[in-house]
Design a protein around this ligand. Structure first.
Ligand code: HEC
Ligand code: HEC
Ligand code: HEC
Ligand code: HEC
Ligand code: HEC
Ligand code: HEC
Ligand code: HEC
Ligand code: HEC
Length: 444
């Protein structure tokens, strides 16, 4: 009887242990994961097997084991596991990266439901596109569904959005950049790691990089980037070209690597009218420290001088007047249909800042001249003069017309419309035209 009690107690302790740790401590269960998955999902297994994690004995269960309390925990082949491996889970071993990601602008990317973009997706599109479009990049709010085999609602899984709102409260997904199951730093240093999200008509960073000199030198020197090196300090371990990671995240001799991608950015180019970020001078200083490993300081200051002027040009010549006009249109209730985006002027205004105006600003920030002009200010100007203003004029509203008339006659940036080409060309040759824009240079 005593022996039976002892055996029973022992078995109970073992069982409780397995339940509490998800079998973490049990080498047979741990081994079973690999043995079976090697056969059932050899691609996945080999990604892991060739990774730094396998080399350091970080196995399936180190990442996938779950606790009874976890809302997404489920029984799987004798272990309690979760499919999601959140930043918090990775943070058990990578605390620094976990907290930097949590403090970054990326972490907030899932909180978009209240934005105009989201409204547009839901009314003009519909829920399936909000899920497969917006949330695939930004991240979804993961909902638990008790009836789903892995406890995750089909609407939210798969999803690897950059600001995913996880059931454990953590934000984001590390495999947005470090694709599974390799989880490699070399892979994340390449521009392709960012390019699922940072591309397209409203934020073409990938395309801009590819057309810039930096992209040119990168793609013509791929095998000289020392990309697999453990240490990757710009100017020392590699020097041919910068990648997205170089400028926004990686280490420089005077600066540590960071997972907070906002630490080196001075403007936000996302809103209708650009403004400086908090602490922008310090952040700009951080970026310049990266540049000056390959360029002289005067050269780098020259870049910012030109870039700032373009931002002011877009802000002052187009974004402010367009915003003023839209405000009058709204105040005087001129639009025919009540719902947002049910009037064509709302679409042209949207494209003016959200697509064309952003492209121009992004092009100038990262040295992509084709985006600054042909995909940028060229499109802004066409839309502003020949789509947006005529749509506003069509309301025949005195206040709107007075505003536009005054702008076209008083603002020297817009008076060209009523002058003859010969005079304008002479003004360009003599430098008189350029004087109009002098005030845009050298501002902050
Ligand atoms: C006897 C074979 C076998 C063993 C042992 C096994 N798995 Fe699996 N596992 C599978 C198969 C098959 C699937 C796919 C099931 C499906 O999608 O219906 C799967 C699915 C999964 C999933 C994804 C679940 C989902 O659908 O979201 C994870 C994560 C996983 N296994 C991890 C593990 C871990 C960790 C272990 C070790 C505790 C393990 N597996 C042991 C066969 C196995
Ligand atoms: C370093 C942590 C880590 C290790 C080690 C790891 N995984 Fe994963 N696994 C992840 C992450 C992250 C995801 C994606 C989940 C998410 O988006 O939160 C994932 C997803 C999965 C999925 C579901 C997605 C799919 O593509 O089907 C399966 C199955 C899976 N892992 C099995 C395994 C198996 C088997 C092993 C061991 C050979 C393993 N994992 C080792 C982190 C890990
Ligand atoms: C291809 C990936 C992708 C898709 C699809 C996408 N976005 Fe974005 N979105 C981004 C990126 C990247 C940025 C940041 C761009 C930048 O900083 O220049 C962004 C910026 C935004 C912003 C501005 C945030 C701010 O702080 O100013 C909002 C709001 C937004 N997106 C909402 C949406 C909504 C809603 C949808 C669907 C209608 C959507 N996005 C579709 C990648 C995407
Ligand atoms: C925006 C893309 C991105 C995201 C999201 C991201 N990483 Fe990284 N990570 C990188 C890049 C780029 C590097 C390489 C930096 C270098 O060495 O230059 C890196 C490097 C690392 C390294 C190696 C550090 C070293 O010094 O050797 C670890 C560990 C790491 N990341 C963990 C994480 C974890 C954990 C998360 C989620 C909490 C995460 N990363 C999310 C881009 C990302
Ligand atoms: C049980 C601890 C543990 C967990 C959990 C863990 N890692 Fe790691 N990770 C390590 C160890 C150990 C290394 C190798 C030593 C090093 O580079 O720090 C490593 C290395 C890395 C590297 C650098 C790989 C390279 O190319 O050199 C990345 C990136 C990384 N982990 C990302 C992640 C992500 C993302 C997760 C979550 C999905 C995660 N890790 C979960 C322990 C862990
Ligand atoms: C899965 C999609 C995704 C990936 C991958 C991604 N980003 Fe982002 N990124 C976003 C979104 C979305 C935003 C806008 C965040 C918001 O709206 O809160 C953003 C914003 C940014 C910002 C602006 C930060 C600020 O403070 O203004 C930078 C810089 C950035 N990302 C750099 C990168 C780099 C570099 C990589 C690759 C190493 C990368 N991102 C990978 C989606 C992504
Ligand atoms: C040569 C360095 C460099 C490279 C390479 C680079 N960037 Fe940038 N990036 C910048 C600078 C400079 C800015 C503007 C910073 C400021 O406003 O102070 C910027 C701004 C951004 C922004 C903020 C845009 C906004 O709307 O506010 C994002 C997002 C971004 N870069 C993503 C990327 C991605 C993704 C890649 C690779 C495809 C990349 N960058 C490559 C230097 C670089
Ligand atoms: C790893 C080295 C490296 C880093 C870091 C780097 N650059 Fe460059 N940059 C280059 C190379 C190489 C060229 C091409 C030079 C040429 O035209 O022959 C270049 C070209 C340029 C050009 C000229 C573009 C043109 O079309 O002529 C500008 C402007 C520039 N970089 C600005 C910057 C700024 C600003 C930063 C920091 C945000 C930066 N660079 C970071 C290597 C670098």
């Amino acid at each position: 009887m005593r022996i039976i009690t002892i055996i029973f107690t022992f078995a109970l302790i073992v069982a409780i242990n397995i339940m509490a740790n998800g079998g973490d401590s049990n080498p047979t269960v741990t081994g079973k994961c690999m043995t079976c998955h090697k056969e059932k999902s050899p691609g996945l297994y080999n990604q892991w097997y060739m990774s730094e994690h396998a080399t350091h004995n970080v196995t399936c269960l180190n990442c996938h084991s779950a606790d009874r309390k976890d809302k997404d925990a489920f029984e799987h082949e004798g272990a309690l596991i979760a499919t999601l491996v959140t930043p918090k889970d990775c943070g058990q071993c990578h605390d620094k990266q976990f907290s930097e990601v949590g403090n970054s602008y990326h972490a907030t990317a899932g909180q978009i439901l209240k934005s105009n973009d989201a409204y547009l997706a839901h009314v003009a599109g519909g829920e399936p596109v909000a899920i497969t479009g917006c949330e695939s990049c930004h991240g979804t709010k993961v909902v638990i569904d008790k009836n789903s085999p892995n406890k995750l609602s089909h609407k939210n899984w798969p999803n690897s959005g950059i600001g995913r709102i996880n059931p454990d409260g953590s934000l984001g997904s590390c495999n947005a950049c470090h694709t599974r199951h390799s989880f490699s730093k070399a892979q994340a240093r390449k521009p392709e790691a960012c390019s699922k999200c940072h591309l397209g008509p409203d934020h073409p960073q990938k395309e801009i990089y590819e057309e810039s000199k930096h992209g040119n030198v990168y793609y013509t020197n791929l095998d000289e980037m020392n990309i697999n090196s453990d240490r990757w300090v710009v100017g020392q371990d590699y020097f041919k070209a910068p990648t997205c990671a170089t400028c926004h995240m990686s280490e420089a001799p005077t600066q540590k690597a960071t997972h907070d991608v906002g630490q080196r950015i001075s403007w936000t180019l996302r809103p209708v009218i650009s403004k400086h970020k908090e602490n922008w001078k310090k952040k700009r200083g951080n970026m310049k420290q990266v540049c000056t490993n390959c360029h002289g300081e005067t050269f780098v200051n020259g870049h910012y001088y030109q870039y700032d002027a373009l931002v002011h040009l877009y802000n002052e010549k187009f974004a402010r007047p367009a915003t003023d006009i839209m405000n009058i249109v709204k105040k005087n209730k001129l639009m025919e249909n009540p719902a947002g985006f049910s009037n064509d002027i709302e679409w042209s205004f949207w494209e003016l800042w959200h697509h064309e105006g952003r492209r121009a600003r992004h092009g100038a920030s990262m040295m992509g001249p084709d985006y600054t002009w042909w995909h940028g200010i060229y499109d802004v100007a066409y839309n502003f003069y020949f789509v947006f203003l005529p749509q506003a004029r069509a309301y025949n509203d005195t206040e709107v017309n007075t505003y536009i008339d005054k702008m076209l006659t008083d603002d020297p940036m817009h008076t060209w419309l009523s002058q003859d080409a010969k005079t304008l060309k002479e003004n360009i040759r003599s430098g008189k035209m350029q004087k109009i824009y002098k005030k845009l240079f050298g501002l902050n």
